[in-house]
Design a protein around this ligand. Structure first.
Ligand SMILES: C[S@@+](CC[C@H](N)C(=O)[O-])C[C@H]1O[C@@H](n2cnc3c(N)ncnc32)[C@H](O)[C@@H]1O
Length: 272
């Protein structure tokens, strides 16, 4: 039974797509690789026994590594942090001043829980600057939530790196799930993951890497917002369309139906 869940909220998380993504994972897969991990919702749903997780966001990776290695210490620090709007802005300021540590990991989880829509955004100086969202974003993860997440993560190597570097590690039998940010020209989609992390030229870079993954004998799945650029870039692979919901202009309260493309070198039987 799959029962793991992410301990972070994350803009663009594919929580709602999990039922459509799970059928691509098969018993024959040896290792799970996720080069745009974010909150790693699919990883937690699958609970693989061997994994390589990575992302370009070094603050995110620092938090995951600290949680995997010291869940109790992170929880102890987290539950001591004061709640409320004033406290949020103090903790946001402290976060920017601290160097990598368990304290900073606890603060990352805190800020992620109470910030606007699970966004990670920084100012030009690289400081996290997402505003407080109020108290309706749910409570902080419990000790059980964090210990369980750490247990699932104990099988994972977790690194800060560009997706192209992660793809160099792909081997036969691996399962590679890629969920890049949307980088569509001429549309009002926020660059939500830090300055210049994924531009339109990166779609071409990703599309070019798919043939190498296929040749190596691994399975890949890419999820991407339906758009002309993606249909063109990923033509030639098996493409499914999945209905999902997307927040409008970053507001999770206002959702509209959207179509996501699932691109893979594995063809699922009809009905899956
Ligand atoms: C849509 S989110 C992934 C969400 C994830 N599937 C989840 O369940 O939470 C995209 C992620 O890609 C990361 N990213 C952006 N550009 C990247 C790059 N060039 N290489 C690796 N990761 C990148 C962002 O930091 C962000 O966490």
């Amino acid at each position: 039974m799959h029962n793991g869940k992410p301990f972070l909220r994350w803009a663009g998380s594919k929580k709602r797509l999990i039922p459509k993504l799970l059928p691509y994972w098969g018993d024959g897969h040896k290792r799970y690789i996720e080069p745009f991990m974010g909150s790693a919702a699919l990883f937690f749903a699958i609970e693989p026994s061997d994994a390589l997780l990575s992302d370009i966001n070094s603050d995110l990776i620092e938090t995951f590594c600290n949680l995997r290695d010291h869940p109790r210490a992170v929880y102890n620090r987290l539950q001591k942090l004061p709640l409320g709007e004033d406290a949020y802005y103090c903790i946001r300021q402290e976060y920017a001043l601290k160097s990598p540590s368990l304290d900073r990991a606890a603060r990352f989880i805190y800020l992620n829980r109470f910030c606007f829509n699970g966004l990670y955004r920084t100012n030009l100086g690289g400081k996290f600057n997402v505003p407080y969202a109020g108290s309706k974003t749910g409570s902080l993860p419990s000790q059980d939530d964090l210990s369980y997440a750490a247990k699932i993560l104990s099988c994972a190597q977790i690194r800060t790196r560009d997706f192209s570097e992660a793809l160099q590690d792909v081997q036969s039998g691996d399962f590679v799930y890629m969920d890049p940010p949307y980088a569509v020209q001429n549309r009002r989609i926020f660059r939500q993951y830090g300055p210049d992390s994924f531009g339109i030229e990166d779609i071409a870079r990703l599309a070019a890497a798919l043939a190498d993954i296929d040749r190596s004998g691994a399975t890949f799945v890419v999820s991407y917002a339906m758009c002309r650029e993606a249909i063109e870039a990923f033509a030639g692979w098996n493409i499914r369309r999945a209905q999902t919901q997307r927040s409008v202009a970053g507001f999770s309260k206002h959702r509209r139906k959207a179509v996501e493309l699932l691109i893979s070198n594995r063809k699922l039987p009809d009905g899956d």
